[in-house]
Design a protein around this ligand. Structure first.
Ligand code: SF4
Length: 480
C-alpha cells in the first residue's frame, strides 16, 4: 500500500460535508467569519473561502487548505465591509480543486450574489445537462453552480421569489447561504438534512452550521433555521418565508453519531449528550463481561462514557490520538506494521494490559482501520477485545452531502456481523439497533431523521416544477 493509500486509510470514516457561516452588520465582519469558519473546520478541510461586502462592492478570497492557512491578516484586510459569509469545504460533489471552492459569485438580475452550499443535489447532473443545452456555461463541477444558474434564469419579482423558483427544481439536500450587497439569505431544504442555526451577536445577526461557531464569539443562540425555511436578513431586520412544498423531515442522524462537534447543540439537543445516550442504549442492547471501556478517540468518546456508565464499568483512555497528523508522511524503508494507524493512534499499554476491553467506535466503514486498531489493542496486552459500535451497520452510501465509499467498499453491505467480527479480529462485535439509535437520538413526531445509510431506503422527493413556478409569491410567515 502506498503512503497516500495508507494516509487515506487513516480516515476510514464517512467524511464531513461543509460548514457555513454568515454575519450581518458587524464592523469586523470578515474577521468574525474567519473565526466562525475556524470553529467549523471539522466540517471540511479541503478549501476555505469568505465573501464580504460593504453594501456596494463585493470581495471574495478563497483557497485550498485549512482556514488558518488560507487566511492571513493581509488576506482578511482585503475583505472590507460589515457583512460577510464563509464556507469550508470537503468535496462531496465536484472534484477537489480551487475552481470548486466556495463561495462562488455571479451577477444576476438582482446584482452580484455570493453563494455557498452544504449538501448534495441528487438531480444535479440532469439539471446541468438541461442548463448546458440551454446555453449555460459552467465554471466548476460543483452542485452549487447549478443552483446559481437556476437562480439567474428564474423568473420572479424579488430575489426570494427567484430563489424559491430555482429551488423548486432541485432534489436532495441543501443548506444554502447567499450574500448580496443588500441582504443575507439562508435556506434549509424542506427535509432539513443539514443544520443551520441563527444567532445574535450584539447588533449583528449570525448564521452558522453548528452552534460551536456561535459559542466561540459568545453569540446568543436564537433558534434553528427550520426545514424549508428561508431566513432573510437585511438592514430592516429579519424575515422568514416558507415558499417550498413541505416534505417529511429527514435530518441527518449521522450528524449526531459522528459529524457534529460534541459541544454543539443540534436540533435542540447537545451532541455529546446524544452520543452518551447512544452508549447507554448500546450497553443495554449488547452487554458484555469486561474490565474496562475504552473509546476510539475522538468520536467514540461520548458513546464510551455512556456505555461505561450504563454497564457500571471503568472508563479509561486506552488509545491516544495524535492530532497533528498531516495528509502525507514519509514512511520508513523498513515496514512498520500498521504504520498509518499508529501515526494517528497509539495504545496505552499501562491501561490495557491484561484487561478484557470493550472498544467503542461510532462506525465501521471499510473495516480496515478497525482491524488494525483491534490488533493494536491486543498487541498492547488486552486479554479480550469486544467491539461495540454506536450506530447500526452502514450498508449504503449517502446521496445527501456526505462523502461515502461505494456500496462494494462498505464492509457491512457485503459481510454479516459475524464475518466482520472475524475480519477485524474481535472476540465479539455488536452494533446499536436502528430503533435504539432513533430512541437515543430522541426521534419523535416533531423530530425525525434520515437513516438511509443504515437501511438503504432513500427518501424520494417529488417535485412538481410547473405547479411551483405558477405559484404566487411566497408569503412571509414570521418577522422580527
Ligand atoms: Fe446522514 Fe446517512 Fe442520511 Fe446521509 S444517508 S443524510 S449520512 S443519515
Amino acid at each position: 500500500m502506498s503512503p497516500e493509500d495508507e494516509g487515506r486509510e487513516l480516515d476510514d470514516k464517512f467524511h464531513d460535508e461543509c460548514g457555513l457561516f454568515g454575519v450581518w452588520n458587524h464592523a469586523e465582519a470578515a474577521n468574525v467569519a474567519y473565526l466562525g469558519l475556524y470553529a467549523l473546520q471539522h466540517r471540511g478541510q479541503e478549501s476555505a473561502g469568505i465573501a464580504a461586502t460593504d453594501g456596494h462592492a463585493f470581495h471574495v478570497e478563497k483557497a485550498m487548505g485549512w482556514v488558518a492557512d488560507v487566511f492571513s491578516r493581509d488576506r482578511l484586510r482585503r475583505l472590507p465591509g460589515n457583512r460577510a459569509m464563509g464556507h469550508v469545504r470537503y468535496s462531496t460533489a465536484g472534484s477537489s480543486s480551487l475552481r470548486n471552492a466556495q463561495p462562488i459569485t455571479a451577477t444576476t438580475a438582482h446584482g452580484p450574489v455570493a453563494i455557498a452550499h452544504n449538501g448534495n443535489l441528487i438531480n444535479a447532473e440532469e439539471l446541468r445537462r438541461q442548463l448546458e443545452a440551454d446555453g449555460a456555461v459552467f465554471q466548476s463541477s460543483s452542485d452549487t453552480e447549478v443552483i446559481l444558474h437556476l437562480l439567474a434564469r428564474a423568473e420572479g419579482g424579488t430575489l426570494v421569489d427567484q430563489l424559491a423558483r430555482a429551488l423548486a427544481q432541485v432534489k436532495g439536500a441543501y443548506t444554502l447561504l447567499l450574500l448580496t450587497p443588500t441582504c443575507m439569505i439562508t435556506v434549509r431544504d424542506p427535509s432539513g438534512f443539514r443544520p443551520m442555526t441563527l444567532g445574535r451577536l450584539n447588533d449583528s445577526w449570525v448564521l452558522a452550521s453548528e452552534t460551536c461557531a456561535l459559542d466561540l464569539m459568545e453569540a446568543e443562540i436564537v433558534r434553528d433555521v427550520e426545514p424549508g425555511e428561508f431566513v432573510v436578513v437585511d438592514d430592516a431586520g429579519l424575515q422568514s418565508y416558507k415558499p417550498l412544498r413541505p416534505q417529511p423531515k429527514l435530518q441527518c442522524v449521522f450528524e449526531y453519531v459522528y459529524f457534529a462537534r460534541p459541544d454543539s447543540v443540534l436540533w435542540g439537543r447537545n451532541v455529546h449528550a446524544v452520543r452518551k445516550a447512544l452508549g447507554h442504549q448500546l450497553a443495554r442492547e449488547h452487554p458484555v463481561a469486561a474490565d474496562l471501556v475504552i473509546p476510539v478517540p475522538d468520536s467514540g468518546v461520548g458513546a464510551a462514557l455512556g456505555f461505561a456508565e450504563e454497564a457500571g464499568l471503568p472508563y479509561d483512555s486506552g488509545l491516544v490520538r495524535n492530532h497533528y497528523v498531516g495528509r502525507t508522511f514519509i514512511e520508513p524503508e523498513q515496514r512498520v506494521r500498521d504504520f498509518g494507524v499508529r501515526l494517528k493512534l497509539n495504545p496505552v499499554k499501562h491501561v490495557i494490559d491484561g484487561k478484557r476491553v470493550v472498544l467503542i467506535d461510532d462506525s465501521i466503514v471499510r473495516g480496515t482501520t478497525s482491524r488494525k486498531i483491534v490488533r493494536m489493542v491486543r498487541d498492547a496486552g488486552a486479554k479480550e477485545v469486544h467491539m461495540r459500535i454506536s450506530c447500526p451497520p452502514t450498508i449504503s452510501p449517502c446521496y445527501y452531502g456526505v462523502d461515502t465509499p461505494s456500496k462494494n467498499q462498505l464492509i457491512a453491505a457485503n459481510k454479516s456481523v459475524d464475518e466482520i467480527r472475524e475480519y477485524i479480529g474481535a472476540d465479539s462485535l455488536a452494533y446499536l439497533s436502528l430503533e435504539g439509535l432513533k430512541k437515543a437520538a430522541g426521534e419523535s413526531e416533531r423530530l425525525s431523521y434520515c437513516t438511509a445509510c443504515y437501511t438503504g431506503k432513500y427518501p424520494t422527493r417529488l417535485v412538481d416544477v410547473e405547479e411551483i413556478q405558477a405559484a404566487p409569491a411566497p408569503e412571509m410567515v414570521a418577522g422580527d
